[in-house]
Design a protein around this ligand. Structure first.
Ligand code: PHE
Length: 459
């Protein structure tokens, strides 16, 4: 450990300016397109309330314990993902490396959707979304995503914005941005949810969202629910390890480890309430996939007083939420090159963004001209990146994190770290039990099924 400390002193590692800054930035990473865009349409695609129920079970039994494990590992080692694993057990640094790779693939398709959000911000400003008819709104969305030049251009703008924030470093860039954006987003999504559930005809959507239909549960739904937990919490690719590493030794870890998932889930549920009742009220299909938010929400705004203003505000905030997440993905990759390879921060960030853009363009094209270019089974690039990251890479990262903290580093050592500075961790025995005996086998079984479905898709 003394070696690690010495290494840090030498480099004067950046740290969070305040504890609330860390919580907001970590919550900023968690809350993003995963909650606002992906959660509602995944609920729609995976049978409604049944998916929500399984999501909640996984969140409590798997997501929460892993969140604490990740932050603790980061704080203990004061190193980003690769170094954090490696400094405890050399051979395990590959888990951090897996996270870096995962970051590339997530940001590749995340930036596609980020680009859509930028386009929608501009469109909202010019009043081009003040339309009630879902068919017209569907046409606008379809027209935009299928035009390759503009969607690739907006994707590039999204990546450049991400780059600009990350270059400014931890406390001045990421933290400052999150402090303003997160609370504003929360208020906004609450208002939209209230409007959506009070629309005439909303009750069918509310029932679809809340009442589980057990006959809808199958292995795919289970796999997707777990993938969504990892994706939404930003767990399994080293984000929380890296963010935790910028925490100072006297910070209490229990508060953030509980409040981040709670906040994240509240936003996802609110996004569900904002979107799904409206889907039914305007006669749209819940299973219409990635376009769900972009088609239904403008219709909700069109039925609200000051709808145009709300529409602008909303898409600007979604953009902020997406950026506080995308910067965390980029940060994992950048901090690897900065901490482990001694590369200059700006240089590393520019280089990585360029590669991400190249990896991302096929995902963007998959929504247009390359829609039917299937690279695995019936998955195009966009779907493939999504499944590869949520169902395979993040899930593997989560499994390895639980084995590492529970067994390799040892749950007792982790508890010791959590209880530093006089913190009392009353639920320590429960956490230890979950991280050692529940999380690894549960995630393992689901992961095996994900691999099985990949293999089946290949042949
Ligand atoms: N959690 C983010 C969201 O919900 C996405 C994300 C995944 C960010 C993995 C970082 C790492 O949008």
């Amino acid at each position: 450990m003394s070696l690690v400390t010495a290494k840090n002193k030498e480099k004067k590692r950046d740290q969070w300016g305040s504890k609330i800054g860390f919580v907001l930035a970590a919550a900023g990473s968690a809350v993003g397109l995963g909650n606002l865009w992906k959660f509602p349409y995944s609920v729609g695609n995976n049978g409604g309330g049944a998916f929500v129920m399984i999501y909640m079970i996984f969140l409590i039994l798997i997501g929460l314990p892993l969140m604490l494990a990740a932050i603790t590992l980061g704080r203990k080692t004061q190193l980003s993902a690769v170094g954090a694993y490696g400094s405890i057990k050399k051979k395990w640094s590959f888990v951090g490396g897996l996270g870096v790779i995962c970051g590339f693939f997530i940001l590749a398709f995340y930036s596609t959707v980020g680009g859509w959000v930028i386009y929608y911000c501009l469109k909202a400003f010019t009043g081009g979304l003040a339309i009630k008819d879902p068919e017209v709104l569907g046409g606008i969305f379809g027209g935009f995503i299928s035009s390759p030049v503009s969607s690739i251009m907006y994707q590039g703008i999204f990546l450049i914005l991400t780059l600009l924030i990350v270059i400014r470093g931890i406390s001045s860039g990421i933290e400052k941005a999150s402090k303003i954006m997160m609370p504003a987003l929360f208020v906004m999504i609450m208002l939209i949810a209230i409007r959506s559930v009070t629309l005439p005809g909303a009750s069918e959507g509310i029932a679809f969202f809340l009442l589980p239909d057990f006959s809808k549960i199958n292995m795919d739904v289970i796999m997707n629910a777990l993938g969504q937990v990892f994706f939404s919490l930003s767990i399994g690719m080293g984000v929380m390890v890296t963010y935790g590493s910028y925490l100072d030794k006297d910070a209490n870890l229990l508060g953030p480890a509980a409040s981040i998932p709670v906040l994240d889930t509240m936003v996802a549920i609110l996004a569900g309430f904002a979107t799904l009742p409206a889907v039914f009220a305007i006669g749209f299909k819940a299973s219409s996939g990635p376009g769900l938010m972009f088609v239904t929400l403008p219709a909700v705004f069109a039925s609200m007083p000051f709808g145009k203003l709300f529409c602008i505000l909303f898409f600007v905030l979604v953009l902020f939420a997406a950026l506080t997440s995308s910067i965390s993905m980029l940060e994992v990759c950048v901090s690897y090159f900065v901490d482990e390879k001694g590369v200059n921060r700006t240089k590393a960030a520019v280089m990585i963004i360029m590669v991400m853009y190249i990896v991302g363009i096929p995902a963007c094209l998959s929504m247009g001209p390359w829609q039917d270019l299937h690279i695995l089974g019936n998955l195009n690039f966009f779907d493939f990146y999504d499944k590869l990251t949520s169902n395979i890479l993040l899930t593997s990262g989560g499994l390895l994190l639980s084995i590492f903290v529970g067994w390799v580093w040892g749950a007792d050592h982790a508890i010791e770290e959590i209880e530093k500075m006089g913190v009392k961790f009353t639920l320590a025995p429960l956490w230890k039990f979950l991280i050692k005996y529940i999380v690894p086998p549960a995630v393992f079984i689901i992961l095996i099924n994900s691999f099985k479905s990949v293999i089946e898709a290949m042949f």
